[in-house]
Design a binder for this molecule. Structure first.
Ligand code: CTP
Ligand code: MG
Length: 171
C-alpha cells in the first residue's frame, strides 16, 4: 500500500467530479427523457447534461492542477497522470449514470437512496483508468482504502450538502 497522502491525492479528480454536479447541474436531462419498456426513465431527471459535462470538467481541472505540483505513483509518467485526471473524472460521471440506469431498472425513483449510489462511480472510474494507470494502483490494500474511505465520505458529504442547502435530501 502507498502512503495515505498518495491515495488521498489520487482521489481528488474522482471526488471533485462526483460532488460538483450538485452545484453545476440543471437543465436538459442526459437521457433526453427517454422511457424504456419497463415504464421507467433511462436515467431520470437527476442526471443532466450540464451536471455530466461540468463534473467531468471540474474533476479534470482539479486533477490536472494537482499534477502540476505533484507526481503520482499511480501513473507511469506525467502525461498519463494528466490524462488520468480526465479518464477518472469521465469514469466517475459514467459510473454515476450507470448507477442511475441500474436504479431505474430496479424501479427505484430518482433521488431515492440506493446501495450502489456510494460505490458504482468509484468502481467505473478505477476500471476505465486501468489501461493508463500503473499496476500498483490495483493492490488490494489500496482498493480497500479507496472503497472504505468512499463509503464513509460519500454519505457524510451528502449530509453536509443537505445541511448547506445544496441538496434537498440528506443522502
Ligand atoms: N446532477 C446532475 N447531473 C449529473 C449528476 C448529478 O445534474 N450527471 C445533479 C442533480 O441535480 C442531482 C444531484 O446532482 O439531483 C445529486 O446527484 P445524485 O445524487 O447522483 O442524483 P439523484 O438525484 O439522487 O438521482 P439518481 O437517483 O438517478 O441517482
Ligand atoms: Mg442521489
Amino acid at each position: 500500500m502507498e502512503p495515505p497522502i498518495d491515495l488521498l491525492l489520487f482521489l481528488i479528480p474522482i471526488y471533485v467530479a462526483n460532488s460538483s454536479p450538485v452545484v453545476l447541474g440543471g437543465g436538459p436531462p442526459l437521457d433526453f427523457r427517454i422511457t424504456l419498456q419497463d415504464g421507467n426513465r433511462l436515467l431520470g431527471d437527476g442526471k443532466t447534461i450540464r451536471g455530466f459535462a461540468g463534473g467531468v470538467l471540474a474533476g479534470t481541472v482539479a486533477g490536472g492542477a494537482a499534477a502540476f505540483f505533484y507526481r503520482s505513483p499511480f501513473f507511469p509518467d506525467i502525461q498519463a497522470q494528466f490524462l488520468g485526471a480526465f479518464v477518472l473524472s469521465f469514469g466517475t460521471l459514467a459510473g454515476d449514470a450507470l448507477g442511475s440506469f441500474i436504479k431505474r431498472r430496479a424501479g427505484v425513483g430518482s433521488g431515492r437512496p440506493f446501495v450502489l449510489d456510494t460505490i458504482t462511480f468509484l468502481i467505473v472510474a478505477l476500471a476505465l483508468a486501468y489501461p493508463i494507470a500503473s499496476a500498483n494502483l490495483y493492490d488490494p490494500q489500496n482498493l480497500i482504502f479507496f472503497a472504505g474511505l468512499t463509503l464513509i465520505i460519500h454519505p457524510l458529504a451528502n449530509l453536509l450538502a443537505n445541511r448547506a442547502g445544496l441538496k434537498s435530501v440528506p443522502w
